[in-house]
Design a protein around this ligand. Structure first.
Ligand code: GLU
Length: 268
């Protein structure tokens, strides 16, 4: 079977070193396996999308020699697909309306996992009286999800009742990513380790929707000096694109990070 990998940036700002590692890592995994490498713009969260960022990201990928196969897909154009997946889940009673507000959930949470609160199940058996439906949640089973990550080894975890459509009507990342990976024929998901905790949820959704599960490899993260994940929100520098030498140095740094750069034999 032909390998199909992908890079799925959110166009909320320019690419930085952390996103270059994810792009390069997913590209190299796919190309080493003689596969295709797709690019998908995850632009569902309209208020966070920065005008022009998608074009800038694509130009930067090309500047770094990362040419994608086929057409770039934009999630904002694909809501009909997410709607129909949600209908299928609804028909199987695998989703339910949730009337909890963010503040209530934070108060109820005993132990957040990876910075996320685990849903306490308040609306699982029907909306309590006086509540209005807000978000839509997946009804997770008790099943243990087990998979072998190509870099992190065997992972075993249960999915929780996560949100598939937000209170503002936007389809959640978890649903969109599962539908798109399946509809685009993605067989290999290579991305940052910050998304490892999302993978059992995505596998649970794949099973509920009758989709195959791709193989996974979660890459180490590029960190700030204080150990936090480098990200756009805390001002990570955009990748250099103007000066050839700086582009080459930055790419070499990312290859070093992935432990893939040629080195001279220290004995010579
Ligand atoms: N859009 C996500 C991000 O930029 C990545 C999603 C994924 O690779 O599954 O963090």
């Amino acid at each position: 079977m032909e390998v199909t990998g992908r890079f799925a940036p959110s166009p909320t700002g320019p690419l930085h070193l952390g996103s270059l590692v994810a792009a390069l890592g997913s590209y190299l995994f796919a190309k080493r396996d003689h596969g295709r490498w797709l690019v998908r713009m995850e632009d569902l969260d309209a208020p966070r999308v920065v005008p022009g960022a998608a074009q800038e990201i694509l130009a930067t990928l090309q500047r770094y020699g990362l040419q994608w196969d086929g057409d770039v897909v934009y999630q904002s154009m694909r809501t009909a697909l997410y709607e129909s997946a949600l209908d299928r889940l609804r028909a199987k009673n695998l989703v339910y309306d949730c009337g909890c507000s963010r503040a209530e959930l934070q108060r109820a949470a005993s132990a957040p996992v990876d910075g996320e609160t685990i849903y306490p199940g308040t609306c699982r058996n029907g909306l309590p009286p006086g509540r209005v439906p807000r978000a839509i949640r997946f009804r997770a089973s008790d099943e243990e999800i087990v998979f072998d990550d190509r870099l992190c080894g065997r992972i075993e975890a249960k999915a929780d009742d996560f949100v598939v459509r937000r209170a503002d009507g936007v389809f959640a990342y978890q649903l969109a990513v599962v539908v798109d990976d399946a509809e685009q024929g993605v067989t290999q998901v290579v991305r940052g380790r910050d998304l490892l905790a999302s993978t059992p949820r995505q596998i649970a959704l794949q099973r509920a929707l009758g989709y195959p599960t791709p193989e996974y490899a979660h890459l180490p993260l590029v960190l700030n000096a204080d150990g936090s994940k480098l990200g756009k929100r805390d001002g990570a520098l955009p990748l250099p694109t103007l000066d050839d030498e700086r582009v080459a140095q930055t790419k070499a740094w990312a290859l070093d990070f992935l432990n893939l750069r040629e080195r001279t034999d220290p004995a010579t």
